[in-house]
Design a protein around this ligand. Structure first.
Ligand code: ZN
Ligand code: ZN
Length: 262
């Protein structure tokens, strides 16, 4: 029997939001067919990165990334510390990094400094990049083009641009990934992007604990909810849930170098 297995390609399960019931959250994900989770180690600076590696060590179905979020970019550059963490075999990407000109919790120069540094590390370690971009699409793209990030590729997570922008990303080997936002009734740009970008370029994610899909909107999001995003993606494209599951899982397996037996 072929069951539709899903991968939550971007979640933050290492933080306080899950301190009470983390194991139950992971069990619920497994029960919902979400057999693998990529925990993004980029909250609370290096602490988050360290927690992320630990979490992945403790769970067979969890892999991780390490990075410094644009929100934390005021931190001094500590290249070696990040490189050391990234050497762990469960670390499969660098990030999330990028630029957030919407919240702008750190000065833009600092965001750029950490962004460039992480692109450099990704290239050096041959790991793909997880990009966080808010109101900074063209700026992110030009850094990635200029630094030749196409060599390792990456993903624009919580994709907020249109389908045309995704074409420029395809030229540098970048994917996009959709969150529960595509289940929000008024998210018309996201709907259009989800409908038209080639499925081969798409992953799905929860970004838990944030952005819970309908009908959990506004509550804490957890990895099991990625199934609702998959369902909505299928609906928007007029294809089956199984097809969405199969292709997005293949994409995430390739992106994060997971074997289909994992
Ligand atoms: Zn993000
Ligand atoms: Zn995130």
């Amino acid at each position: 029997m072929s069951t539709a297995l899903l991968i939550d390609s971007h979640a933050h399960l290492d933080g306080e939001d899950f301190s009470e019931d983390r194991d139950a959250v992971i069990d619920r994900a497994t029960a919902a067919g979400v057999t693998r989770i990529i925990n993004i180690g980029a909250t609370d600076g290096f602490e988050g990165a360290e927690r992320s590696v630990k979490l992945a060590e403790q769970h067979e179905g969890i892999w991780c990334t390490v990075g410094i979020h644009p929100h934390d970019a005021a931190l001094p550059s500590q290249r070696e510390r990040l490189v050391e963490l990234a050497k762990h075999p469960k670390v499969r990407a660098i990030g999330e990094t990028g630029l957030d000109f919407f919240k702008e919790w750190s000065p833009r120069e600092d965001q750029l400094r950490w962004f460039r540094l992480q692109v450099e590390i990704a290239l050096e370690m041959n790991l793909p990049l997880v990009i966080h971009s808010r109101e900074a699409g063209p700026e992110c793209l030009s850094v990635l083009q200029e630094m030749n990030a196409a060599e390792v590729g990456g993903v624009f997570h919580c994709y907020a641009e249109d389908a045309a922008f995704a074409e420029s990303l395809r030229e540098i080997n970048f994917l996009v990934s959709f969150t529960g936002i595509i289940t929000f009734p008024k998210a018309t740009t996201a709907h259009e992007a989800a409908r038209t970008i080639p499925l081969e370029q798409i992953m799905i994610e929860t970004d838990a604990p944030y952005l819970a899909p309908v009908p959990h909107r506004g509550k804490r999001c957890e990895s099991a909810h990625v199934a609702l995003t998959a369902r909505r993606l299928a609906e928007l494209r007029g294809i089956s849930f199984e097809e969405v599951a199969r292709q997005t899982t293949t994409n995430a397996e390739m992106f994060y170098q997971l074997s289909s037996q994992d």
